[in-house]
Design a protein around this ligand. Structure first.
Ligand SMILES: Nc1ncnc2c1ncn2[C@@H]1O[C@H](COP(=O)(O)OP(=O)(O)OP(=O)(O)O)[C@@H](O)[C@H]1O
Ligand SMILES: [Mg+2]
Length: 593
């Protein structure tokens, strides 16, 4: 999923704003207080030029005394301090709200990621999801809250200061504000043009990110084929294209901003020119004090224009980030609890497939009308050629995917009628390659059963033939395994995964070629531990394998061929009756020799 579908609804700013607003629900009162404080603080903070004007006029008139000067200075200081305090409080409340908002969004996103089906995660890169939950959420907070209130602050400042300027002299005030109107018009045009360019800049940055993520993951492949130079050239091309887009944006920005600033500066000229001319011509309506006050106000009229121009940059970025975040939040979870789903209470471990169909893509059926029944405690092997649907079949049992036709029953109840939590708890799943979390061996083993005692953990590790190698590790059970267990061998990782599954005492154990990528010594240990479990009747076991010794020892084999159940019997019987199985078996036998 690289490009989001272009839905006009998502792209409307108002729609986005209403979404953000509805998410701000619990903090609306705090936000309102914060905005109230902001509006309150602006006139106080911007009061001082007025005092300058009044004091100057009094000086010229000769009416200023030491005492009145002192009073004016005190007023100037007091108004500024009041304004400053209110503004600081406003900012604190705003930032607090922003952080609370971010916390909720992150938590909701993480919940979404954790509950989405495997199909969802296979279609997406991890890096992309990480970016969303970190930088996109950040960008949203910074710009949605701070950008918008920055804008409000500037608009309020502009209105208040414009009011004071007009109040001092309607004529000079109006004439000096006029050029600013042109500046606003320019900003609008600029915004339209820059949007497309910024979209391009962002997209290119995204391309660089996903490229680096992918190539770092495969750095060993690159080095083994000696392709570093080619990868570097590819990367440089992407960086170059980002550079070009950024320079283009910079050129546009630096053509427009001087124009906008010029309009702002013209208003400086108008103030001094018209004001000075009125004083020269002896017009009583304008004084030197007024001129001085205007000088103080000028910057406060000019700065909102710059800020508004810059804020719109920030808002563009925020809009894109918010769109991506909401897109993820709104995505439906495909595998969910049914209404009125029941808890699976009395777990026996019977499995039944009834005419099960499944396809990942509508055009390509993977399983076709698969039916079989497995009694509680049975040990069944699943065999079949590569791509025949074995892994898919196992994945359907804990509802990593839902069937597209037919029903899967556990203890006679449709799996979709159980709550996901109670369905998955008694099912153990060990695949070809199982993820180990960055932590100690012990942390990983007790992942599915945090309350397990050390004795229970050791027992599970013994059952999976893992205990001996664990105690030989530098720190025994306290050894850190590294991300995805990089500090262990493939066989050791597999035996840990098996122990982790054994510890939860699963009623149903699903094993998907657990020895596929394992050296022979580990393999025989794993086989041994699986067979020990199945012999002791500790639950139902489904094992995908093409290892001949396991096939021979399995009491029953389901043989899949192109998504159909082509055979269902013991090894000897299949060998005699199922031609496809006999062919496949001889092939596997030859491979192992
Ligand atoms: N996420 C997916 N999206 C689309 N098609 C998929 C997906 N996963 C698997 N398939 C396809 O489904 C078919 C069955 O795959 P499956 O992994 O179940 O085969 P398998 O019998 O386990 O094979 P192997 O022995 O190689 O592990 C394959 O043709 C595969 O290309
Ligand atoms: Mg498979």
């Amino acid at each position: 999923m690289n490009d989001s579908p272009d839905s006009p609804e998502l792209h409307s700013n108002r729609h986005l704003a209403s979404k953000v607003w509805s998410r701000l629900g619990p903090w609306r009162w705090r936000l309102s207080l914060s905005l109230g404080l902001l509006v309150f603080s602006v006139p106080f903070i911007n009061f001082h030029p007025l005092v300058w004007g009044i004091v100057a006029d009094d000086l010229i008139e000769g009416s200023l005394t030491g005492q009145s000067l002192g009073i004016w200075l005190a007023i100037m200081m007091a108004t500024y301090l009041i304004g400053l305090a209110a503004n600081a409080w406003h900012t604190y409340l705003l930032e607090k709200t922003g952080q609370a908002f971010v916390k909720e969004i992150r938590s909701d996103l993480f919940r979404k990621f954790e509950t989405q089906s495997l199909g969802y995660h296979r279609d997406r890169s991890t890096g992309e999801l990480v970016t969303r939950i970190t930088s996109d959420v950040d960008a949203m907070e910074q710009s949605v809250l701070q950008g918008i209130t920055g804008l409000i602050e500037e608009v309020v400042t502009f209105v208040v200061v414009a009011g004071m300027v007009l109040w001092i002299s309607p004529l000079v005030g109006a004439l000096s504000i006029l050029p600013l109107a042109f500046a606003f018009l320019f900003i609008r045009v600029y915004n339209k043009r820059v949007k497309a360019i910024y979209d391009g800049v962002r997209k290119r940055l995204g391309h660089i990110g996903s490229f680096v993520q992918d190539r770092l993951a495969g750095v060993q492949v690159t080095q083994s084929f000696g392709r570093e130079g080619a990868e570097q050239a590819d990367f440089d091309g992407r960086a170059e294209s980002f550079y070009d887009a950024s320079v283009k944006a910079s050129r546009l920005r630096n053509t427009y901003f001087p124009i906008v600033s010029t309009f702002g500066f013209v208003n400086n000229l108008v103030m001094l020119g018209v004001g000075g001319w009125m004083i020269l011509s002896g017009n009583e309506a304008f004084t030197i004090g007024a001129l001085l006050a205007y000088r103080g106000f000028w910057w406060r009229l000019q700065s909102p224009i710059r800020t508004i121009a810059q804020t719109s940059d920030i808002l563009q970025r925020a809009r894109a980030a918010a769109e991506r975040v909401f897109e993820l939040l709104n995505e439906p979870v495909s595998v969910v609890d049914r209404l009125g789903a029941q808890t699976w209470v009395e777990k026996k471990g019977a499995i039944a497939f009834e005419e099960v169909d499944f396809s990942y893509l509508p055009s390509k059926p993977i399983l076709r009308k698969v039916s079989f029944r497995i009694d509680p405690g049975e040990f069944v092997a699943i065999a079949g050629g590569s791509g025949s649907g074995k892994s898919t079949l196992l994945n359907l049992v804990p509802r990593f995917y839902d069937t597209t036709g037919g029903v899967i029953r556990l203890d006679e109840v449709d799996v979709r009628d159980y709550t996901l939590e109670s369905l998955r708890a008694p099912i153990g799943f060990v695949g070809q390659d199982n993820y180990l979390f960055d932590g100690t061996v012990l942390d990983n083993l007790r992942y599915g059963k945090p309350e397990a005692s050390v004795a229970m953990i050791e027992e599970a590790a013994r059952a999976a033939n893992a205990h001996d190698f664990i105690v030989d590790l530098p720190d025994g059970y306290e050894t850190r395994v590294g991300q995805n267990g990089v500090k262990l061998s493939g066989g050791q990782r597999q035996r840990l995964s098996l122990s982790r599954a054994f510890l939860t005492e699963p009623q149903i154990l699903l094993l998907d070629e657990p020895t596929a990528s394992v050296e022979p010594e580990s393999e025989s240990m794993i086989h041994d531990s699986i067979l020990r479990r199945t012999a002791s009747g500790q639950g139902t076991t489904l094992l995908v394998t093409h290892r001949i010794d396991l096939l021979r020892q399995a009491p029953r084999i389901l043989f899949l061929s192109e998504g159909r159940l082509a055979g269902d019997a013991s090894h000897d019987k299949l060998l005699a009756t199922c031609l496809d199985y006999a062919d496949a078996y001889h092939r596997w036998e030859a491979e192992e020799r």
